[in-house]
Ligand binder design. Structure first.
Ligand code: NAD
Length: 476
């Protein structure tokens, strides 16, 4: 398979690098240069905004059933094109092909879910106080959306944002990650081939700071949606607030895990390690701070470390591989400093802890036991294949440890006791609580963080509502 020429997508036109500067896209498993993505000039950004402005009324007024039909066709094309789309994800991001295939299927499902929900954006009739009056609450699309998505879920994240905006009747300008542009462009191509009118979806790449500043400041933009780090999300939220624009923010997490004495420690360790090492740990819901009750602590650590040591790491194109490289050298540097710092703070390496002798950005699956709360990794999201394990005495202590950070995206609880499960799920401060499994998000379920992990929801009925505003109409 060939890596494609990369472009911007503005008003239905593919805009190639031409004489613009380009940014290299690198295969993290081989460090080969895959291609160059164009850097949008100021005029490109303005043209994309203008296309979103001009196309909005037509798309808003397109019947929901017709919008839904286009989204469903796009999903079908993505499914048909799975081998190519999955190959592109693995080349750009590194993860195993089987994981990339699942990501394509989930991304397609996001369009299918949004297509189904597009026809159910019901309003409400409110009984009038006097005869002959009709009072209606009617949801309308909020307007053109500015969207920014990260590199770590390069099909799912843009799909969630594009599908939600389009289903609600909004036009959109999206800046996917410059590190994973080809897969995002393939999603746009599926929508174009499915009959999406020109200008409703525009895609830019370039200088993230410049693009976000210009898009968010523009009076055309009515809503901002971002997936990425908490610090950048905070900056974008401030910009959005100054223009009184709503913002949906999916930010970093640092997921706690509570494994109680009554759980099966081996089964919990197996489920958690698979979730931990998915996409080399570069997932905002990745289980990281594993708090395990004293009675099963040793059994849990031993199983986790044994499995981690035997995990097959290599080029994601190799079918036998279970974990690929890190996506970029920033993550590798973060692993190096976090492990060194944890060891300095008294944690013990139970597995991994070093780079692998392979040509790309590979890091061994790492388990740090007895990692106290003071080390860097216990406080900053590792976003890598690194698990911290620490014992706890009772539920109160465990919940205090789980809630000690400002993040609150996902959390995991393993227990066979119904009362423990209920208390933990009520008291954990996070937007998602998974009990006895690790599936934190689906197209039909609301996903979003509490505290510093974000604002608003993506997915589910709630996700679609983010792209809508309610108009009250009172008719005599
Ligand atoms: P980063 O904060 O530099 O970038 C994160 C994403 O935001 C990238 O896609 C980047 O292109 C984009 N971005 C950066 N500056 C921006 C701006 N001013 N306007 C708009 N978009 C901008 O960090 P990184 O090195 O790519 O990743 C590091 C950390 O980010 C991770 O440790 C993790 O905590 C977090 N992250 C979270 C998610 C998530 O799913 N919530 C996704 C990617 C990264």
């Amino acid at each position: 398979m060939e890596y494609p020429e990369l472009n911007l997508l503005i008003d239905g036109r593919a805009v190639p690098v031409g004489n613009r500067p380009g940014l290299e896209v690198i295969d993290p498993a081989t460090l080969a240069v895959l291609g160059r993505v164009p850097v949008a000039a100021t005029e490109d950004i303005d043209e994309a905004l203008d296309a979103a402005r001009r196309s909005f009324p037509g798309w808003r007024d397109t019947p929901a059933l017709e919008r839904a039909a286009i989204l469903r066709r796009a999903a079908a094309l993505m499914r048909e094109r799975t081998p190519r789309l999955a190959w592109l994800i693995t080349r750009e991001l590194g993860k195993p092909l089987s994981e990339s295939e699942k990501e394509v299927a989930t991304a397609a499902e996001m369009f299918e879910w949004a297509a189904e929900e597009a026809r159910r954006t019901y309003g409400r009739l409110i009984p009038g106080r006097v005869g002959g009056i009709r009072q209606m609450a009617i949801p309308e699309p909020v307007g053109p959306v500015a969207a920014f998505s990260g590199w770590n879920a390069p099909a799912i994240t843009p799909s969630r944002k594009i599908a939600g905006a389009l289903a609600a009747g909004c036009s959109i300008v999206i800046k996917p990650s410059e590190e994973t542009p080809a897969i995002a462009l393939e999603i746009a191509r599926a929508l174009t081939d499915a009959g999406l009118p020109a200008g409703v979806l525009n895609m830019l790449f370039g200088d993230p700071g410049e693009i976000s500043r210009r898009l968010i400041a523009s009076p055309v933009t009515r809503m901002v949606t971002f997936t990425g780090s908490t610090s950048i999300g905070r900056d974008l939220a401030v910009m959005a607030a100054s223009g009184l624009k709503r913002a949906t923010l999916e930010l970093g997490g640092h997921a706690p895990v509570l494994v109680f004495d009554d759980a099966d420690p081996e089964a919990a360790a197996d489920a958690l390690l698979a979730a931990k090492l998915r996409n080399s740990g570069q997932i905002c819901t990745s289980p990281t701070r594993m708090y395990v009750q004293q009675g099963v602590y040793e059994r849990f650590v031993q199983r986790l470390a044994d499995r981690a040591r035997n995990w097959r790491v290599g080029n994601g194109l190799d079918a036998a591989v279970q974990m690929g490289p890190m996506a970029n050298p920033r993550r590798l540097a973060a692993m190096e400093s976090m492990v060194a710092d944890a060891v300095k703070h008294g944690a013990q390496l139970a597995a991994g802890g070093a780079r692998l002798d392979l040509p790309g950005w590979f890091w061994a699956p790492t388990v740090l036991r007895d990692a106290g709360p003071d080390c860097l990794a216990a406080n900053t999201e590792p976003f890598g294949p690194l698990a911290l394990v620490q014992p706890f005495r009772d539920a109160d202590e465990a919940l205090a440890m789980a809630n000690r950070l400002p993040f609150g995206l996902a959390s995991y609880v393993f227990t066979r006791d119904a009362a423990t499960a209920r208390i933990a799920s009520e008291r954990i401060e996070s937007g998602v609580v998974c009990i006895n499994h690790c599936q934190a998000s689906l197209p039909e379920t609301p996903f979003g963080g509490f505290k510093d992990s974000g604002l608003g929801k993506e997915g589910g009925v709630e996700g679609l509502q983010e792209f809508m505003q309610v108009k009250y109409v009172s008719q005599m």
